[in-house]
Write a protein that binds this ligand. Structure first.
Ligand code: GLU
Ligand code: MG
Length: 448
């Protein structure tokens, strides 16, 4: 017999979350007051979910098909809880990043978060280094009530998004993301959100948190956001810039050497040389959709050649400025910015791939030659060749070919992850190849 009819209260839910190979966060939810039940053995998950394309079709063949069962095991320290926001009736946001494991607790070979965790551990074990990182995100904001276009970086553009930005900063703070800035960008209705760096896997978790919390605030306000690399044929592109620095195990920065004119230490040069050497293949993970290549064009302040530049926004890897005002020391500020990245990438997979390339550079003792402070596209082909500056792939199929032909990188990645990834991207290319450039922008603007 049911109990007397007290008014119902909605049950607060917590979600165990995995951000998959295509950068989509998925998971399962349960009543938050039953969290204890899920902390050690997690909840169920399905292997073939990892073979979903952004078009929501499972790519076949994949290593699992209809078979197999997995667990999402929560990493409790990564929990995100955001209380009441602009829509008082919205359910609170509460999720925990999870690692995908086999039902006996063994790590699952195609989990991007596990891949990153293992790589961060390799930095500690093999190189005695820690990784400090932050992701900057650009996005387009469409208000519920259509707004006129305002000038780039203007106060008027800031005011148009100021209430949104205020809620966003509050929610990011509540989530422990340590947001820094909300700013109007160069494009129409384009904004950027930056946050402070943090160590290891938590940096990629933060990137997911920024994306999902930005979407949540937009949903509550009746606005819409898109992180797609290009939202219209004439639109200014949305990039994601990954700032990285390395520290020794005591936390002392190791990328900076005051004796060098550009400040980049010997270790930093080897690391950067590794990233540049493997960059054409890395693009398969960091610029992972057909639309990504509309952004990786010369004169877009993104990246179109594999080169390092100091303060050069046309370089795929940029030595960021340090500020000496007030006697601030350079070493803790000094970092490299990886720019050949957009939000159609999985933050965990992309960061792991960049770290693998940098580690190979250190282990191989590579020499850095691909440096330019000019726009690389404006150099003569001979000069580029002399400086070892190669063009990035011009399309996703080209990037996938570069990866397929890069045994050194392939052998660092688990075979089931690669098999699934190639299947997903192959189907994605087929599903989108009939679209015009304008349709491609529109298509991905809705998906990301
Ligand atoms: N919007 C540019 C991009 O697609 C970046 C501009 C900037 O340097 O902030 O990466
Ligand atoms: Mg920017």
């Amino acid at each position: 017999m049911s109990r007397a009819s007290e008014p119902l209260q909605p049950v607060a839910m917590t979600t165990l979350l995995t951000t998959d190979l295509i950068g989509v966060s998925r998971g399962r939810s349960f009543p938050s007051d039953e969290l204890d039940h899920y902390t050690s053995a997690g909840c169920g998950w399905v292997p073939a979910n990892s073979a979903l394309t952004p078009q929501d079709l499972i790519a076949e063949p994949n290593p699992w098909g209809a078979h197999g069962d997995l667990r999402l095991i929560p990493d409790l320290a990564s929990r995100v809880r955001v209380g009441q926001g602009p829509d008082a009736s919205a359910a609170p946001l509460d999720f925990i990043h999870a690692d995908i494991r086999e039902t006996d607790g063994q790590p699952w070979a195609a989990c991007p978060r596990t891949l990153l965790r293992d790589e961060v551990q390799r930095y500690a074990d093999k190189l005695e280094l820690q990784v400090n990182a932050a992701f900057e995100h650009e996005f387009n904001l469409r208000r519920a009530v259509a707004q006129p276009e305002r000038l780039a970086f203007s106060l008027q553009a800031q005011r148009q998004g100021a209430d949104f930005g205020g809620w966003l900063l509050a929610a990011l703070r509540a989530a422990g993301v340590e947001p820094e800035m909300f700013l109007p960008e160069y494009g129409k209705h384009q904004y950027e959100i930056t946050c402070r760096p943090t160590l290891g896997v938590a940096a990629a978790d933060r990137a997911v948190n920024v994306r999902e919390i930005t979407r949540e605030i937009a949903r509550q306000l009746g606005d819409s956001v898109s992180f797609a690399p290009k939202t219209g044929e004439d639109a200014v592109c949305n990039g994601v810039h990954l700032h990285l620095s390395l520290q020794d195990l005591d936390g002392a920065p190791v990328l900076y050497d005051p004796q060098r004119p550009d400040g980049l230490s010997r270790l930093g040069r080897q690391w950067a040389a590794g990233v540049l050497k493997y960059l054409p293949a890395l693009c398969a993970f960091t610029a992972p959709t057909p639309l990504s290549y509309a952004r990786l064009q010369p004169h877009h302040w993104s990246a179109s050649y594999a080169c390092l530049g100091q303060r050069n926004r046309e370089a795929s890897l940029r030595i960021c400025p340090t500020v000496s005002i007030g006697g601030k020391p350079a070493a803790p500020q000094y970092n490299l910015e990886f720019r050949a990245l957009d939000a159609t990438a999985s933050p965990h997979l992309a960061m792991a791939a960049v770290l693998i390339a940098g580690r190979l550079g250190i282990q191989q003792g590579l020499t850095l030659n691909a440096i330019t402070d000019k726009v690389p596209h404006d150099l003569s082909a001979d000069l580029r060749e002399a400086r070892g500056i190669v063009a990035l792939p011009a399309s996703l199929p080209q990037a996938l070919d570069c990866l397929r032909n890069c045994p050194e990188l392939l052998q660092e990645l688990p075979a089931p992850l690669l098999e699934t990834y190639f299947a997903v991207k192959h189907l994605e290319v087929k599903l989108t190849e009939h679209l015009t450039p304008a349709q491609l922008c529109e298509h991905y603007a809705h998906l990301y």
